[in-house]
Design a protein around this ligand. Structure first.
Ligand code: ATP
Length: 267
């Protein structure tokens, strides 16, 4: 994955953005910089309310910034793109469709001429990778939260997007299920490399999944700190118990405290 990094698939340069609210403009982003090389995984952390979700909307082309530039694959982002996959904390699967038909949905939009048999083949490949074979004919409400999130990840990847943007996709899951999903995410990337931006509040998650961790400052957010995660690509959960990972987690925790305007203890 890291070896395939040839160019910055995502580039955010000097982005500023404010929301217009009843009590006046609310500055959310001010001087955001981000460069995500193709095939790599960027984890974004920062204080609550600093503007992380706003960042995902800008990359997905769901909104344009007041100032600065967002580039995807060498093109300026000016609107929503088919080559972006998205996953959220709440998977929002359609209850009137089976799991298989939920996963197929993006193909119906992006590749309307693709024969149904080919769509099913592609969806089943992914469902197999995430351990959901046997559940393809179930309705979303018949699955656990973790299984629904697995199905949601399949749906986000079924059309082979250039980039997967995830806004706290594992935030609502219990700790054990969350760790299972981290390993599923690692396996999916090894099987089919893609570029990813993950918003998370979990520093362990950012270190386990990320090639780089970007720490945003408090609102209005700017890029405060970037950590290169120098851990083996085929990492297992045990890597989180190594001194190297512990050092990274300490650094990140201190950076979050700085972003929150809190005092940093000397170690
Ligand atoms: N459409 C909107 N109109 C007005 N204000 C908004 C809008 N969307 C977000 N905000 C405000 O902008 C700020 C940043 O929101 P955003 O959701 O990007 O932060 P976040 O870092 O993702 O938050 P959290 O960590 O709590 O999920 C918040 O104060 C939020 O209330």
């Amino acid at each position: 994955m890291r070896a395939k990094a040839i160019e910055n698939l995502i580039e955010i340069k000097g982005v500023k953005h404010a929301y217009q609210t009843a009590s006046g403009p609310l500055e959310v982003l001010d001087g955001l910089e981000l460069a995500v090389p193709e095939g790599t995984f960027a984890a974004v952390v920062g204080p609550s309310g600093c503007g992380k979700s706003t960042l995902t909307r800008l990359v997905a082309g769901l909104m344009t910034p007041d100032a600065g530039e967002v580039w995807l694959h060498g093109e300026r982002v000016k609107g929503p793109r088919k080559t972006v996959g998205m996953a959220f904390q709440n998977p929002v699967l359609l209850e009137w469709r089976t799991i298989l038909d939920n996963v197929i949905l993006p193909l119906e939009i992006v590749a309307p001429r693709m024969p149904r048999a080919d769509r099913i083949k592609r969806a089943m490949e992914l469902l197999e990778m995430v351990g959901l074979i046997g559940f393809e004919d179930k309705r979303p409400s018949e699955l656990s939260g973790g299984m629904r999130q697995r199905a949601s990840l399949c749906r986000s990847l079924v059309h082979k997007p250039d980039v997967l943007i995830m806004d706290e996709p594992f935030g609502a899951l219990d700790a054990f299920t969350r760790e299972d999903l981290w390993q599923t995410m690692r396996d999916l990337r090894q099987a089919e490399p893609f570029t990813a931006v993950l918003i998370t509040h979990d520093l362990r998650e950012s270190v386990f999944l990320g090639d780089q961790v970007i720490v945003l400052s408090g609102r209005p957010a700017r890029t405060q700190f970037v950590l290169d995660v120098d851990l083996p690509e085929d990492r297992t959960l045990d890597v989180l118990f190594t001194p190297k990972a512990a050092d990274m987690l300490h650094v990140l925790r201190d950076q979050i405290k700085i972003a929150q305007g809190r005092e940093v203890e000397t170690h």
